[in-house]
Design a protein. Structure first.
Length: 207
């Protein structure tokens, strides 16, 4: 499906963000406070600082979760200097925490369109679905090894490393990807943003 090059989110002035994302002065203050904390009082948040924040509170670091964190970081590194300045930080927080459905779909599209060519290829859609299935499988393991609200990290980590996609999983993923692409073409969608949303909702029941 044709498309135009995906533009990574455009930074906005605080007043513009307030209008676009329905923010308050307090929201902006909280964002700036978070920036000061995670940047260590510096002028930017680097990748290591971002990943430390992204993984904060996680008892385990699953590969798919880490990968999603890195993709998100790159999506909001608007100037491509491998750093997030305050404007980029505000934008990231606005989209991920305050975005409406349309803005959330745009975010999903940008995350999936790793090639930045303005369209979601079959390969990229399959990767999104694969990531979802891995996350689901690990969530099932996490629940199995959690007792009275406490996760047995040793058992979880040991079992988690053996999580794979079976041939049947891969077959279902390809079938689902082809079905979603077929629907997008039938309805003349200019992008697969809405299809990505549908995919995220039905992957669990599909597997």
């Amino acid at each position: 499906m044709g498309g135009t090059p995906t533009k990574i989110f455009k930074v906005m002035k605080p007043e513009e963000l307030k209008v676009e994302y329905n923010l308050t002065d307090e929201d902006l203050e909280i964002m700036e406070k978070g920036f000061r904390i995670h940047s260590g009082g510096g002028s930017y948040v680097n990748r290591d600082q971002w990943m430390k924040m992204w993984c904060e509170g996680q008892e385990t670091l699953d590969p798919e979760y880490k990968e999603l964190g890195l993709i998100t970081y790159k999506a909001f590194d608007v100037d491509g200097n491998n750093k997030l300045d305050l404007d980029e930080w505000r934008l990231l927080q606005s989209v991920t925490l305050h975005g409406n459905k349309e803005q959330t779909l745009k975010f999903a599209f940008v995350i999936a369109d790793e090639s930045r060519d303005g369209q979601i290829s079959r390969k990229e859609l399959i990767r999104v679905l694969e990531r979802n299935v891995y996350i689901i499988k690990r969530a099932v393991l996490r629940k199995a090894f959690t007792k009275d609200g406490v996760l047995d990290k040793f058992m979880y980590n040991t079992s988690s490393r053996r999580v794979t996609l079976t041939p049947d999983d891969k077959k279902k993923i390809k079938e689902l990807a082809d079905a979603l692409i077929g629907v997008a073409e039938l309805l003349w969608f200019s992008s697969l943003a809405s299809i990505l949303y549908v995919a995220s909702q039905i992957t669990l029941s599909f597997f």
